[in-house]
Design a protein around this ligand. Structure first.
Ligand code: FE2
Length: 478
């Protein structure tokens, strides 16, 4: 059934803060939580698509400094579209963190943001609370029937479906003794979840394995020489893969009045490979060409070779949180890249997989840890900061890319692959994402047939409330 197109329903952006790119336009936060069912649908929601599409991002309530506000600082909000029987329900809800509750009680900010952290002034953080605010704003993982909203320096928050209620944080029965990355990996064959956390003090990284029933069964330090921002990692069938890459935390740099986080070419780039249940002493480190990885795509094994694919840039300032040593704006943009590492000989072959700039790499997660054919990314619009104009499908077999063009003034973000009910092929499914049509200020959830990637979306759901640009997407099928 195709419903007739109605006029755009969105009101003009609600201006809450002014004077910062990441608080303005469709980056700006929304205040109200909604449930919407009577939505205009252009096309038809496939009957074999059943589940919850999720997108999380920053939605600040209070900011300590509009000027210094960083995109990563905002309180988490989930925007979700429940898809069932070719019908859609939209919901949005804050992650109800203890930190945000304390700020609401005070009626003002307590935690300073990433770029204001080194500013002077009395500490505002209450005793017993973390120095870095747990905003729960970054990504999801669904494991053992539990949905978690994640923030890489903090404990995960458990979230309900479809209502998006925050149950609270978990430390896995007291066994989690380190921060929990926003990008844990669930092995679809064993049901195990691998996770890690980085810290600014030795051993700088800790790594844990959680079994299929949700019990944390293994933790080991992964010692590296210096604190680095390690946003993501990868797993293959037998190994976990760590990226000691040069976004370093440096007290000396902070003492000079510069950002403590920065690109330090001299730190170099090393890939550490450890057996899944291995320890610090088992890590094999391989030095690779200097670069930065924010997001991995996948890793797998071929005989003695370990293959890692990720979005790699030559450098990064972490969206204005750090310092770089380049004037070329493309040097900070990710490019899908592969390392082939022979674990016996140490031989490494590395290089970009194609010429396009993109990030937010996703795959059909049934293929996590084994060779996947297709990787989906969001392609940068190089005319303005952190803006994504198209989605891309990369084919590992042919080396070719396909592009889903959003059109003038229509911008996207991360998409997620949702397998169709009864899927057989790797790309038997749909890519789902939110887009913002800035021509008429209309938010949409679009559904693309993965086998007809460059064709028109099979459905465009016009969301009657504004969905700000955000971070990661998720899909919980069923
Ligand atoms: Fe991420």
């Amino acid at each position: 059934m195709s419903t007739a197109e109605k006029p755009a329903a969105n009101p003009a952006p609600e201006v809450i803060f002014e004077g910062n790119y990441f608080l303005d336009g469709n980056y700006g936060p929304v205040r109200k939580e909604h449930v919407a069912t009577d939505m205009t649908i252009i096309g038809e929601i496939p009957a074999d698509l059943q589940g919850n599409f999720l997108r999380i991002g920053p939605n600040p309530v209070y900011v300590s400094s509009v000027e210094k506000h960083h995109w990563f600082d905002g309180d988490g909000m989930v925007h979700a579209v429940e898809l069932s029987g070719s019908k859609a329900t939209y919901r949005n809800r804050y992650i109800d963190t203890e930190c945000l509750r304390l700020e609401r009680e005070k009626g003002s900010w307590i935690w300073k943001g990433l770029n204001a952290m080194m500013d002077g002034g009395p500490a505002e953080v209450p005793a017993g609370m973390p120095m870095v605010k747990n905003v729960g704003n970054t990504a999801f993982v669904h494991h053992n029937g539990v949905l978690y909203a994640l923030h890489e320096s903090s404990d995960p928050h458990i979230i309900t479906l479809p209502g998006l209620e925050t149950v609270g944080t978990t430390n896995f029965d007291g066994k989690l003794n380190h921060p929990f990355t926003a990008h844990p990996k669930v092995d679809p064959r064993t049901g195990e979840m691998m996770t890690f956390g980085y810290m600014p003090f030795p051993p700088f990284v800790n790594y844990s394995v959680i079994d299929k029933d949700g019990a944390l069964i293994h933790t080991t330090p992964i010692t590296i020489p210096k604190g680095v921002m390690m946003h993501d990692f990868a797993v293959s069938e037998h190994y976990s893969i760590f990226l000691d890459f040069p976004l370093t935390f440096d007290i000396a740099r902070a003492m000079e009045g510069k950002s403590p986080l920065g690109f330090d070419k001299d730190h170099g780039s090393r890939i550490g490979i450890v057996p899944r249940m291995g320890s610090d002493a088992d890590v094999q480190w391989f030095t690779v060409d200097v670069g930065v990885v924010i997001h991995t795509a996948n890793a797998w094994e071929e005989g003695d070779d370990l293959i890692l694919q990720a979005c790699r840039s030559k450098t990064s300032d972490v969206i204005g949180a750090g310092e770089v040593d380049t004037d070329d704006p493309t040097d900070v943009l990710g490019q899908l890249y592969q390392w082939r590492i022979n674990l016996k000989t140490g031989d490494i072959v590395e290089g970009p997989l194609h010429e396009y700039y993109s990030d937010f790499s996703r795959i059909n997660e049934d293929y996590l840890g084994v060779q996947n054919r297709y990787t989906y990314t969001a392609e940068f619009d190089q005319t303005r900061a952190i803006t994504f104009k198209n989605l891309m499908k990369f084919d590992n077999k042919t080396g070719k890319t396909q592009h889903h063009i959003m059109g003038e003034g229509r911008y996207t973000g991360e998409c997620v692959f949702a397998a169709k009910v009864g899927a057989v092929d790797e790309d038997d499914g749909y890519l789902i994402t939110f887009i913002q049509d800035e021509n008429n200020n209309q938010s949409e959830c679009i559904i693309i047939d993965a086998k007809d990637f460059e064709g028109e979306p099979v459905a465009r759901i016009l969301i009657p409330h504004r969905v700000p640009y955000g971070f990661h997407a998720g899909w919980v099928g069923g």
